[in-house]
Write a protein that binds this ligand. Sequence first.
Ligand SMILES: [Zn+2]
Length: 230
Amino acid sequence: MLKDIDITNKTYSKISFDEPNICPMCSHSIQPILLSNRLHFYNDHTNLGCFSAFFECTHCHKSFISTYDIEHEKTSSSYKYYKATKLLYSVPSKFKQQNFSDCITVNYPSFVKIYNQSLEAEHYSLDEIAGIGYRKSLEFLIKDFLILHEGKDENKVKPTALGTCINTMIDNPQLKIVASRATWLGNDQTHYEQKYTNQDINDLKRLIKLSVNWIEMIYLTEEAEAIEKK
Ligand SMILES: [Zn+2]
């Protein structure tokens, strides 16, 4: 919700900002209680700076600080007006693991562990290594699927490049499509120069989740096939 308030540490100054509607600690939808605020300029000669607001969550009652980029909007006879343009971060922020179905958790624990470590790296803004981690998680998902479910020889699967495994060993056409695209984007995360400049880490995550979905569909279809007509 957009709020218009007096700035605590600057006299005759007001700011409008969008207060966070999700608590970074408990992830509940909230309208937080504003406890205090500060405007800070990076130096004395510009209006460049940041605005920090100190909140209490109305659900878990923990406090957190949200920091925003600002811009100077206008100066009237009595007030300076600022606008918070972008929420930069809220701290502290509790990391939440991605939950996967039993089918994935039980059969592919290495994938789940590596994916969640990558998600945690991304959560703490370690974006340069998160992508590499997601690429590694995909490799464990696909290779373990080929060995455990498809019965492929692990001595052949393990040393073979992931792209080759997908092209030559996966029978399901939908899984082959999404896993191959995920590999392209994943490999891009490990290279010095990126080729897929129109896609980002969110596209990679989407394709990995689609690969997970197709693997789940394969298991669920097999369960359905096992039901015999009476
Ligand atoms: Zn909370």
